[in-house]
Unconditional design. Structure first.
Length: 290
């Protein structure tokens, strides 16, 4: 996206039928919009069509949102189309949850601070006090809510109160080492992103990289996904991996794994805020950056 030029993102999906691309592209053409990026996918198994268009005014003028929505609604209605219009520069309200590992949150806060991640981070929530200095340095409110098995419902009430108070639109679990309740997962379905290393489910519990080393694992990686009530089995957004060999000791595997986790989580957040992800039938359609 070029600086100083207002662009918009139109995302839509509908039952597969003739004319689905045309209804979007022809409308934008007729109303003097220039398409700068276009992705579409027709899922022949679910018979569902998905499209994402980034566009701007041909003369770089402002978009009259009410007029646009009224006009496009008439076209979209004929196709049973569900759609959304978002300014490309819109920064959603984000809250990060974390425990003690700081590699993922460090990466997210660096991207946020340097303008590489177009979000508005409203708060950091943790079940430990350890990372408060990091949040303080970034001038982000830090909420320490300890948790035990007995206090889990009360702790989640405190968490939800913070999310409500800042109108949170996206919840990012940056190595938050607690399992969210089924109620919390349902409430944040499609709006909460988690990260886990690729050694699951083979190497569970403490020291997974030591277990992997003992078995001679030849690759490490990470999976970013939306949360669900099945632990680490929510709809997958993106995955990364790296080859390793016998020269990688447990500490080497852990360092490589943490790098991949950071990159994978940041990419998933980026795809979410850029409206590149569609969820349908509990799976994702992701229009990745070229």
């Amino acid at each position: 996206m070029q600086k100083g030029i207002a662009t918009y993102i139109l995302t839509a999906n509908c039952p597969s039928q003739v004319g689905t691309v045309d209804v979007v592209t022809r409308f934008l053409f007729e109303f003097d919009f220039y398409i700068t990026e276009l992705n579409s996918f027709d899922d022949v198994l679910s018979q569902r069509f998905f499209i994402r268009a980034v566009f701007r005014r041909e003369n770089n003028g402002a978009l009259e949102r009410e007029a646009f929505e009224a006009a496009f609604s008439k076209r979209a209605e004929k196709f049973g189309m569900e759609w959304e219009l978002t300014p490309s520069d819109y920064k959603p309200s984000v809250v990060i949850m974390v425990s003690k590992y700081d590699h993922c949150i460090n990466d997210l806060l660096y991207r946020y601070r340097t303008g590489g991640l177009a979000v508005d981070i409203k708060a950091v929530i943790s079940n430990h006090p350890d990372l408060k200095p990091l949040a303080d340095w970034h001038k982000i409110p830090y909420h320490h809510f300890p948790i035990t098995a007995e206090t889990k419902p009360q702790q989640e009430q405190l968490v939800q109160a913070v999310l409500d108070s800042v109108d949170c639109e996206l919840l990012v679990l940056a190595r938050y080492m607690q399992v969210l309740s089924n109620e919390m997962c349902a409430r944040w379905s499609g709006r909460a992103i988690n990260i886990h290393h690729s050694l699951l489910p083979g190497f569970k519990g403490a020291k997974p990289y030591h277990q992997a080393y003992a078995k001679g694992v030849k690759l490490v990686g990470a999976t970013a996904h939306y949360v669900s009530d099945e632990l680490d089995e929510g709809p997958i957004i993106t995955q990364e991996m790296s080859m390793v060999d016998h020269t990688h000791y447990p500490d080497d595997l852990a360092k490589k794994g943490m790098d991949i986790e950071s990159l994978t989580l940041a990419r998933a957040v980026q795809y979410h805020i850029e409206k590149r992800i569609f969820m349908y039938n509990n799976k994702t359609i992701v229009f990745e950056r070229s």
